[in-house]
Design a protein around this ligand. Structure first.
Ligand SMILES: Nc1ncnc2c1ncn2[C@@H]1O[C@H](COP(=O)(O)OP(=O)(O)OP(=O)(O)O)[C@@H](O)[C@H]1O
Ligand SMILES: [Mg+2]
Length: 289
């Protein structure tokens, strides 16, 4: 089979403040790993670094004689919904591609929209607000996250706020945000693969036991991407397949999220436990991270 791996090349010019450089560069490792695995399986691999000009990409894709696109394209140049547009173009061109389709990407890449859908379908999710609609009184702590980022871009220790003064400070700026009740419990991520009947691949957990005092147990940007930071060194991911086997309600919640958002191919659903220990779906991420 001839497979085209499409990804969006990280460009320093598109991230002038370096907020997400390490996260964006992560895709380069993914491209290498996927290319290696495909070649090992005997497939022919082409690679397409997708840029900012949709006309050029459309021309290149129209001329690409490939059987399948392995789609690693995420937000192109930080443009909202660009991964949705790219998947829609592939669909429109009748090019078979891996991973979520445009519908799923549109529904999940904005955390406020995803939260509304989870709530409407009775799937436990932290109480959330879009910003200034946080009720008074409200129970602190809360966590403030960019609504349309992933890879923990924009999440650090100061994202968790403990009073109104900190909340008001965190709400400044013009980026769309989501404010959520802070869930203090355990964290899990479930990976699913397939279509109508997805298989459970793995359950990842985080051991926050090594977090230095003063650092909250959250996977901030530094905890995910900066290997020398205390947050990274203090948070250890591990696989917990036994729990995945045992915890039927958690698996059932992940399966419902998979179908609800029309995910396909491969996906990940993240959970945190609430104060009573009940796992709550914090986000759903159909992107191949
Ligand atoms: N409501 C919450 N309560 C407590 N911690 C949270 C909450 N929401 C997020 N976090 C922490 O912040 C981390 C990143 O949050 P989230 O997964 O929502 O962001 P993301 O940028 O979409 O990351 P990714 O796409 O890599 O999953 C989580 O792994 C978790 O540790
Ligand atoms: Mg997450």
């Amino acid at each position: 089979m001839r497979v085209l791996i499409a990804f969006n090349a990280p460009q320093a010019s598109l991230d002038p403040h370096g907020r997400g450089t390490l996260a964006y560069q992560g895709v380069l490792t993914e491209v290498e790993d996927v290319a290696w695995a495909l070649r090992r399986l005997g497939h022919t691999v082409d690679i397409l670094a997708v840029g900012l000009d949709p006309r050029g990409e459309l021309a290149r894709l129209s001329q690409a004689h490939v059987d399948l696109v392995f789609n690693l394209v995420e937000s192109i140049g930080g443009k909202d919904y660009s991964e949705t547009c790219f998947a829609a173009i592939l669909q429109w061109l009748d090019l078979p591609f891996t991973g979520a389709g445009p519908e799923a990407l549109a529904l999940t890449c904005n955390k406020n929209i995803a939260h509304g859908i989870l709530t409407a379908h009775g799937i436990p999710t932290p109480r959330s607000w879009t910003g200034w609609d946080v009720p008074d009184p409200v129970e602190f702590p809360l966590i403030i996250k960019p609504a349309c980022e992933d890879g923990s871009i924009g999440i650090d220790g100061s994202s968790v706020v403990h009073d109104w003064q900190q909340l008001k400070k965190g709400l400044r700026g013009d980026q769309e945000l989501i404010v959520q009740e802070y869930l203090p419990g355990e964290e899990a991520t479930i990976a699913l693969m397939g279509h109508e009947q997805p298989q459970f691949l793995l359950m990842g957990r985080i051991d926050y036991g090594g977090m230095p005092s003063g650092h909250l147990p959250i996977l901030s940007y530094r905890a995910k991407w900066v290997p020398t930071s205390p947050e990274y060194l203090g948070s250890t991911p591990y696989w917990d397949d036994e729990l995945l086997e045992e915890d039927k309600p958690l698996r059932e919640a992940a399966r419902r999220v998979f179908h609800l958002f029309r995910l396909q191919g491969y996906s990940r659903v993240d959970f945190r436990a609430d104060p009573k220990g009940i796992p709550t779906s914090s986000t759903s991420t159909p992107t191949p991270t």
